[in-house]
Design a protein around this ligand. Structure first.
Ligand code: NAD
Ligand code: FE2
Length: 390
């Protein structure tokens, strides 16, 4: 039976090859004259920003290109300074989730006083944001359509989340062609992040029929195309399916939140600098094994969507087939199976667990999760020689 549900998508999305070329139309239609472009150094090198600025004849613009992976409070402050110098009336971001998250924070700080650190939580700000046009260059976070920004407070080594419907970009120009330049290892990590979004959204306690339909289609598209996108990066069909898969997963999780995997991954990234997609990819099999017992019928659906042969299997066998399917995919695209190469040890487990328990994602995880459960999940994912906290 369908439960009572709700669904929101505040962003106007243009999807398809060449979508990026719509930027000038939007600026002219809205009458924007001063633009702050936000990106990072890696994307600058691809030539994508040069292509974008060719659309900006007679428009005043400045470029902030210092976004760091797991972007920081300092990034937000520096970009805000440039926004004021340019007197920007709109922000255009071209980049991965890190750049888009900085752009959202800057749009908030342009109209609300103080530091982004003061706005942790949902709907914590009074004034509407400066408008944002988001052009994603990874098929991963879907931050181009979500109501969240995730920023690392370097002082506390803590990833804080700010949320609210008004935080979503006004426009998203989603163009699969811009992901052709993504190197294989980043395609792999960001693509698995998108898969984790779909998996966690599908099994979230807040899932509803609309979000579930989007999440299942995302699981099908990503699991059938990620290998090709990694190993033949110029395969535009695979890139298209990955971008659409990421977008659908984003539309889904924007309405359901995520789950234990994202709750546990943020502290690992904040303390040890592990890239977001890698942290999720290492944690997800352990989190799935933990959750499969609570909602085996949903895990059975996931196994089916990932193309597993389920004939003659019991319900629990079908549920665990989903875990195996994710492990196989990770192995094929060379994702590490534990955190040993990132020098994560047991010394920070108490702190990581306390931070993870603060995440709103724990509350929507399909299986009730205690402090001790999170400690166990971290221990399983650390790998190598496990060093206990002193
Ligand atoms: N706001 C949200 O809803 C949300 C959701 C999930 C994750 N996130 C956040 O997003 C961040 C991760 O973003 P990400 O995984 O997209 O990675 P990213 O933005 O950090 O980019 C990773 C690397 O890929 C390079 N790159 C990106 N696009 C490229 C392209 N087309 N060609 C060549 N190089 C390219 C960048 O230069 C960078 O070095 C994390 O901080 C995470 O917490 C936010
Ligand atoms: Fe994510």
């Amino acid at each position: 039976m369908n439960q009572l549900g709700f669904f929101k998508n505040p962003t106007q999305i243009t999807y398809g090859i060449g979508a990026t070329k719509q930027l000038r139309d939007i600026l002219d239609r809205e009458g924007f004259k001063n633009v702050l472009i936000i990106t990072d150094a890696g994307i600058m090198k691809t030539g994508l920003i040069d292509q974008l600025t060719r659309q900006l004849d007679n428009i005043n613009y400045g470029i902030f290109d210092d976004t760091k992976p797991n972007p920081t409070v300092t990034n937000c402050n520096d970009a805000l300074k440039l926004l004021r110098e340019v007197q920007a009336d709109v922000v255009v971001v071209m980049g991965g989730g890190s750049s888009i998250d900085v752009a959202k924070a800057v749009c908030l700080l342009a109209t609300n006083e103080g530091s982004i650190v003061g706005y942790e939580g949902i709907d914590t700000f009074a004034n509407d944001l400066l408008p944002l046009v988001a052009i994603p260059t990874t098929a991963g976070t879907a931050s181009e359509v979500t109501n969240f920004t995730v920023i690392t407070d370097e002082e506390r080594q803590y990833k804080l989340t700010v949320g609210g419907v008004r935080l979503a970009p006004k426009y998203a120009l989603v163009d699969p062609a811009v992901t052709i330049s993504l190197p294989a290892h980043i395609t792999a990590a960001t693509g698995l992040d998108a898969l984790v979004h779909a998996l966690e959204s599908y099994t979230s306690k807040m899932a509803n029929p609309i979000s579930k339909a989007l999440a299942r289609e995302a699981i099908r598209k990503i699991s059938a195309n990620l290998r090709q996108a990694v190993f033949s990066g110029d395969n535009i069909v695979a890139r298209d399916n990955m971008m659409m898969g990421s977008l659908l997963a984003g539309l889904a999780f924007n309405n359901t939140r995520l789950g234990n995997c994202h709750a546990l991954s943020h502290p690992v990234s904040a303390i040890y600098g592990v890239p977001h997609g890698i942290a999720n990819s290492i944690l997800i099999p352990h989190v799935m094994e933990f959750n499969a017992l609570a909602v085996p019928e949903l895990f059975s659906d996931i196994a089916e969507d990932m193309g597993e042969n389920l004939e003659g299997l019991t319900l629990m066998e079908k549920a665990y087939a989903a875990v195996e399917a994710v492990k196989k995919l990770s192995k094929d695209i060379n994702i590490p199976t534990d955190f040993s190469q990132y020098k994560v040890d047991g010394s920070q487990i108490d702190r990581m667990t306390r931070d993870a328990m603060l995440s709103g994602n724990i509350a929507v995880n399909p299986r009730k999760t205690s402090y001790e459960d999170v400690v166990e999940l971290y221990k399983k994912s650390i790998g190598g020689v496990f060093v206990e906290a002193l």
